[in-house]
Design a protein around this ligand. Structure first.
Ligand SMILES: NC(=O)c1ccc[n+]([C@@H]2O[C@H](COP(=O)([O-])OP(=O)(O)OC[C@H]3O[C@@H](n4cnc5c(N)ncnc54)[C@H](OP(=O)(O)O)[C@@H]3O)[C@@H](O)[C@H]2O)c1
Length: 248
């Protein structure tokens, strides 16, 4: 029987691999035979992720993705070290909890740089012929906030909505190269970031609407693995929602 999730020898780049959804996705990809390039800023945490991954050939790269100029060198380093890529899972992101009355352009700019500009820049550079194999799948981790944002989520919601909008033209432009581009919009997933959000005074109004309950990092990893595998080969230019019913 053919394993539709087989990722044997596929080279997948995972940003935000030092914690939460990115960490869990990296581990899951390794168990399915993928070679993973892990990206984040915290070296010790990246080493920790690596230490529990299976298989050979994984490498980590330190990069502050909010510095979009550094992404050019990052992509060159990844491809020189591990060859052209078969997929990208862009988990790196920051959440901010600021009301409209305090949201100024510099806040918007900082959130957009980390969450959206880095996604666009990774797509631009990784989709170059020398950097990418045909059949590649690029996935950005978005949020239901992009569809139904709560109070104080303006900057975050806008950055995730930008990702959702960007993939429509990108999917059409990159299809001739055999590249798919999608986002996945998660509801609440119980990672460290969610705990920090609560500690910082974030309002947890979601459970009432997320009636299937909150997700675990494993739930997010399951979908992301599907999205970079050939099992999702007909899915492109869309936002897949995984939210326990939140936006229904
Ligand atoms: N958890 C949820 O409920 C939920 C729901 C919907 C969407 N999401 C999205 O899912 C993604 C992952 O979230 P999570 O819950 O797993 O959060 P997390 O544990 O805080 O992970 C965020 C990751 O992003 C990396 N990162 C942040 N800023 C970066 C930068 N400037 N350069 C490079 N890496 C950076 C962090 O690594 P370093 O700090 O080591 O750089 C970390 O690995 C985010 O995009 C988030 O918006 C989460």
């Amino acid at each position: 029987m053919i394993d539709i999730f087989d990722l044997e020898d596929k080279h997948i780049v995972v940003t935000g691999a030092s914690s939460g959804i990115g960490r869990e996705t990296s581990i899951r990809l390794s168990k399915l035979g993928a070679k993973v390039s892990l990206i984040a800023r915290r070296e010790e945490e990246l080493k920790e992720t690596l230490s529990v991954m299976e298989g050979e050939g994984h490498k980590y790269f330190l990069c502050d993705l909010s510095d979009t100029e550094s992404i050019n060198n990052l992509v060159s380093d990844i491809v020189s070290a591990s060859g052209p890529v078969d997929g990208l899972v862009h988990c790196a992101g920051i959440g901010v909890n600021i009301p409209v009355s305090l949201t100024k352009a510099d806040t918007l700019d900082s959130v957009m740089k980390t969450n959206f500009y880095s996604f666009a820049e990774l797509i631009r550079l990784l989709s170059k012929k020398k950097n990418c194999n045909s059949g590649a799948s690029f996935v950005g981790v978005s949020s239901v906030a992009s569809i139904k944002g709560d109070k104080s989520q303006g900057a975050y919601a806008a950055s995730k909505a930008a990702m959702n909008a960007y993939i429509h033209p990108a999917a059409k432009e990159l299809a001739p190269k055999g590249i798919r581009v999608n986002t996945v919009a998660f509801g609440v997933i119980k990672t460290e970031a969610y705990k920090k959000f609560l500690e910082a005074g974030g309002q947890d109004n979601a459970l009432e609407n997320q009636y299937l309950g909150y997700g675990e990092p494993e739930d997010a990893a399951n979908l992301l693995v599907f999205m970079v595998s050939n099992a999702s080969r007909l899915i492109t230019g869309t936002t897949v929602i995984c939210d326990g019913g939140y936006v229904s």
